[in-house]
Design a protein around this ligand. Structure first.
Ligand SMILES: [Zn+2]
Length: 391
């Protein structure tokens, strides 16, 4: 039996929408839904209703959110940056407290799921992984958190890390990470063999940070596509950043895009501030799954960000030259359904039978929501209004 009907809402295109809820699930979605006598009607005042956001790439163990402000320190090399990060984090509040503060902030903006990369290396061991896994448990039922064991310091070049990455799959991680196999490790085949070997043996997914530039980066993408195809891991492999896709001629992009799409390798971008990044529409047209995440949020790498995926979609549209409603709608899908597919979320989206969890945004359609990224929003969880910090 229907408990209540949310009325006077609009869908992603601005068309009238009503959502009936029974026992916390959507029982009907449409317009002009039948009203049983005495049914509770909740008037949404003509606002937009959308599924919750999916943050496809976040580092909960790195952020200083929840701690004092840490002024950004310039660094000349990656190793210098890593040393600085370790120093700053050692002088910060415990990981669990900071991660908890950032999750709370992201949830208040409407995030319902995230893929979180957690540092796992020979010096850190599982300390970060265990801390963030504890935070995941505390937020279970509110936000789904998928954990990636991330070898920030390298794999081949950081002795002991390969064994730790493998063991991390039994310690709460569901995805094995990698990073710049050539420019950091100097051994592309070595790192990829380790990472893909773990994925095959453990039946887990892969998400590789790839900052390698230009044609070297494209060659790395080709290797990743080849490994994915050879092991039949399509749909379970993602490459984060892949800046090189924004640095080579379009004909080269089209060639590698066909290989990525054929192999089932997804691409994550956060629309980074001051560097080329993947051409989203070109990749999508070739059939590549492209999704979004915040990546670093107020940490030792950069000072920006607050965890809001709608603001992130706006930045993607802004940097990509998205102007039409269709383009802006693509940016919106990248903070929702695209990430949900990559993470493999069940029960996601405005569908009858799913949990009646959704966002109410102060916008006439998703194009306008992306363009303005309004903070006014409410969250409905299983048919009930949840706390809305930014309402
Ligand atoms: Zn990252």
């Amino acid at each position: 039996m229907t408990d209540r009907i949310f009325i006077n809402a609009v869908d992603r295109d601005g068309n009238p929408l009503e959502l009936a809820v029974a026992n916390g699930h959507f029982s009907a979605i449409g317009s002009g839904l039948p009203r049983d006598e005495g049914i509770e009607l909740v008037d949404l005042g003509g606002r937009l209703v959308v599924p919750g956001f999916v943050d496809g790439h976040i580092h909960l163990d790195k952020s200083f959110v929840g701690d004092r402000w840490h002024p950004h320190q310039p660094a000349n090399t990656l190793r210098e940056r890593l040393a600085h990060e370790k120093r700053e984090l050692a002088a910060s509040a415990p990981i669990a407290d900071r991660a908890d503060a950032l999750v709370a902030q992201a949830v208040s903006f409407g995030t319902v799921a995230m893929r979180c990369h957690v540092d796992v290396d020979a010096t850190t061991g599982f300390a970060n992984l265990h801390a963030v896994a504890g935070v995941r448990e505390r937020w279970r039922g509110i936000v789904d958190i998928e954990l990636v064991a991330f070898p920030q310091a390298g794999v081949v070049s950081c002795p002991g890390t390969a064994e730790l990455l493998d063991a991390a799959m039994g310690e709460g991680a569901q995805v094995v990470g990698g990073i710049d196999p050539e420019t950091l490790d100097g051994d592309s085949e070595g790192q990829l063999d380790i990472v893909f070997g773990i994925a095959e043996r453990r039946g887990v997914k892969i998400d590789i940070h790839l900052h390698e530039p230009g044609h070297g980066g494209i060659a790395q993408l080709r290797r990743i596509a080849e490994h994915t195809r050879a092991l039949g891991l399509g749909g379970g492999v993602a490459v984060s950043h892949a800046y090189s896709l924004g640095e080579v001629p379009e004909t080269d992009v089209d060639r590698i895009a066909a290989e990525l799409a054929g192999a089932g390798v997804a691409i994550m971008t956060n629309a980074p501030g001051d560097r080329p990044f993947p051409p989203v529409q070109r990749l999508r047209k070739a059939g590549v799954e492209v999704f979004m995440g915040n990546d670093n949020i107020q940490d030792a790498w950069w000072p920006y960000g607050n965890g809001d995926m709608l603001q992130r979609a706006m930045l993607l549209g802004y940097r990509s030259g998205f102007y039409t409603d269709a383009d802006l709608g693509v940016a919106f899908d990248m903070i929702g359904h695209a990430g949900a597919r990559v993470i493999g979320l069940q029960d996601y989206g405005l569908e009858v039978g799913n949990d009646a969890t959704f966002l109410v945004l102060d916008a006439p359609n998703v194009a306008a929501a992306v363009a303005a990224a309004p903070y006014a929003r409410r969250i409905v969880r299983c048919g009930e209004f949840a706390d809305a910090t930014h309402g």
